[in-house]
Design a binder for this molecule. Sequence first.
Ligand SMILES: C[S@@+](CC[C@H](N)C(=O)[O-])C[C@H]1O[C@@H](n2cnc3c(N)ncnc32)[C@H](O)[C@@H]1O
Length: 178
Amino acid sequence: MLSAIILSIIFIIALIFLLSLIFPSFLIAPWVPCKKKDLERINRLAALRPGQVFCELGCGDGRVSRYIAKNNPESQIIGIELSVPIFLWAKLIGLFSGLNNMKIKYGNALKYDISNINVVYTFALIQTINGKLKKKFRKELKKGAKVLSYAFNIKEWKGKTSVDKPDSKALPIFIYEL
Ligand SMILES: C[S@@+](CC[C@H](N)C(=O)[O-])C[C@H]1O[C@@H](n2cnc3c(N)ncnc32)[C@H](O)[C@@H]1O
C-alpha cells in the first residue's frame, strides 16, 4: 500500500515536470539554448550602461543572464523561466555563481511587467516574437528601450532596426529600438 502511494507521488511529480517542459514550448519556445560563442555578441549588442536593467524572457539555463550579469556588475539582470526543471537548474547554477546583480525568477514571461526594462533579450519562436511579444513590447516598453531578438526578426517594426550577422554561418541577432 505504502509503495503504491510513493509510486503515485513520484508519477505525479514526474508528470508535472514533463508537462512544465512541454507547455512553455507553445508559448515562447522550447528549450533550445543560444550558442555559447554568441554570448559575447549579445553582451556587446546589449551595450548596457551602469544602472540599467536587462531582462531575458524565457531564460532557459540562464547562460545569457549569467554572462551579462558577470560582465555588467553595475546593471541589474533578470531572467524569467516558466519550465519548472529548467528554472530550478538555472536558479541553482545562479546561486553558485555568486552574482548578486542577477535574479532568476519563475513565471510566465509573457505576463511579466517589462515597463522598467532598458534591454530585453529573447530567443522566441517567429510566431511569438511577431505576435504576443511584439504587442507587449509596443505596449509596455519605454522610449529608448531596446529589444534583442536571437535568430528571428520582428516584421514591420516602427522604430530603429538593425541586424548583427558577422559571417554567413552566424545566426542573426536583430536589434530594435523604441
Ligand atoms: C529557445 S529557449 C531560449 C533560452 C535562452 N533564452 C537562450 O537564449 O539560451 C526558450 C526558453 O523559454 C522558456 N519559455 C517558453 N515560454 C515561456 C514563458 N511563457 N515564460 C517564461 N519562459 C518561457 C522555455 O522553457 C525555454 O527555456
